[in-house]
Design a protein around this ligand. Structure first.
Ligand code: FAD
Length: 408
């Protein structure tokens, strides 16, 4: 028997977990929800690209976890270490157990820095940085401002990663700074991407390729970072024609990313290690009283906060129906979004659903997402952080109401 039990137990108090709790409480105030979350702080990670580009102060992207916990939720300040779905139970790091009627799995994705030899030791020094950590994003901006000539490398690992556009966003903002400072011609910029395409949705590639050309970026596809020697300032990449070692003055690294170990090791996992849920209803394919959303889910959408914003209302509806012994009634269409910061003041706003189908939030006459636009920049720099803290995390489902069931 678990030590305690809750009607709804949520694993993870990130973008997805908090949004789901808020959306459930909006529909049924006072319902018994607990969130298992070990961290003291909650981050608006999409802001880290802007920190690395010198636009946001990192302090604006992080808030105390207590301040985003919806009122009435019981916060269990622990990590989940294993799942026992046959017994409707989760085991915590301190050895305690928590039971549930319905489980919502939202522990995000794990950044596997250790998969690149030599990286952990050199991060934050020797010119090696990453916008994927709040404490390192300011170092990106420091390096960008310091570099006046030499070689800059930006890397992208194999999929899946969260915000697949973030590796190149860091690069475009850096190039734009160097262009404005009049030093871009002195800097060789490499984009070394383990994948075979610049961006996964073809409609956005022409606009991005224009910037690749404009900034004189050397695009190397199928080039996967495997090792870094920080003090020697060189990095090794696996390519189709073997391993090559390249020198750098600065390098922005995006780490390989995998499912959290406790999830991958559990009966809830798909082959990928992520929680094995139906891509529309977000209900687990083997355990009907388990749901998942956010980066920790197996659904083939772009892993973004934008996706979690649309998934949370769907999970809220379907979780409450499960508690009422009814089948799911809401469906998620795979929406995800990636605002590609191609220069300071302009964004190519990628918005798409399953199958790469374009899913713009605005009519094309107002905002054509396939073209760089100032309005999209205003959205990212001014509107979206506010919408995140005051809308998404509070259960206000602006432009994100749950859709109906989707025919399979
Ligand atoms: P997270 O927000 O990462 O939260 C996971 C939570 O689970 C964390 O609080 C963690 O402490 C907790 N947790 C982990 N393991 C356990 C455990 N065992 N037990 C309990 N709790 C656990 N998205 C966009 O929409 N637009 C963007 O422009 C964008 N840009 C990005 C740029 C960068 C540099 C990065 C890093 C991300 C970006 N994203 C963007 C992606 C977005 O931040 C994520 O997709 C989103 O945060 C996913 O939400 P989540 O709740 O699944 O995961």
């Amino acid at each position: 028997m678990p030590s305690t039990s809750h009607s709804i137990l949520i694993i993870g108090g990130g973008s997805a977990g908090i949004a789901a709790a808020a959306s459930i409480l909006k529909r049924r105030p006072g319902i018994d929800i607990a969130i298992v979350e070990p961290s003291d702080t909650h981050a608006y990670q999409p802001g880290w690209t802007m920190v690395g580009g010198g636009v946001f102060d990192v302090a604006t992207t992080v808030r105390p976890m207590a301040s985003v916990m919806p009122k009435g939720v019981r916060w269990i300040k622990q990590a989940a270490v294993s799942f026992q779905p046959e017994d409707n139970q989760v085991t915590l790091k301190d050895g305690g157990t928590v039971g549930y009627d319905v489980l919502v799995v939202a522990p995000g994705i794990r950044l596997a820095w250790e998969k690149i030899a030599g990286l952990t030791e050199t991060l934050g020094q020797n010119g090696v940085t990453s916008n994927y950590r709040a404490d390192l994003a300011p170092y990106t901006w420091e390096l960008v401002q310091q570099l006046r000539g030499g070689k800059a490398i930006f890397t992208q690992p194999a999929m899946p990663i969260k915000c697949a556009g973030a590796p190149q966003k860091a690069m475009y903002l850096a190039c734009d700074h160097w262009r404005r400072a009049g030093v871009l011609d002195n800097i060789q910029v490499d984009f070394r991407n383990a994948g075979g395409v610049l961006f996964g949705v073809a409609d956005y590639v022409p606009a991005l390729m224009e910037y690749v050309g404009k900034y004189g970026i050397n695009l190397e596809l199928g080039s996967n970072l495997v090792a870094v020697d920080g003090p020697a300032r060189c990095a090794t990449f696996a390519t189709t024609s073997g391993e090559i070692t390249v020198d750098f003055d600065m390098m922005h690294v995006v780490p390989p990313q995998v499912a959290p170990q406790c999830l991958a090791d559990s009966p809830l996992a798909a082959d990928s290690g992520f929680a094995d849920v139906d891509q529309h209803t977000l209900q687990h394919v083997r355990y009907p009283n388990v749901f998942a959303l956010g980066d920790g889910g197996s659904t083939p959408n772009a892993k973004t906060a934008a996706a979690a914003r649309k998934q949370a209302p769907v999970v809220a509806v379907n979780v409450l129906r499960q508690l009422d012994s009814k089948g799911p009634a809401a469906g998620y269409d795979g929406y995800g979004s990636c605002p590609l910061t191609v220069e300071r003041g302009k964004i190519v706003l990628a918005e798409f659903a399953y199958g790469g189908k374009l899913a713009p939030s605005f009519p094309t006459w107002l905002l054509d997402g396939t073209k760089p636009a100032r309005l999209s920049w205003m959205l990212k720099a001014d509107a979206l952080p506010w919408i995140y803290w005051n809308g998404m995390l509070k259960g206000r489902e602006w432009l994100a109401g749950p859709g109906g069931l989707i025919a399979q």
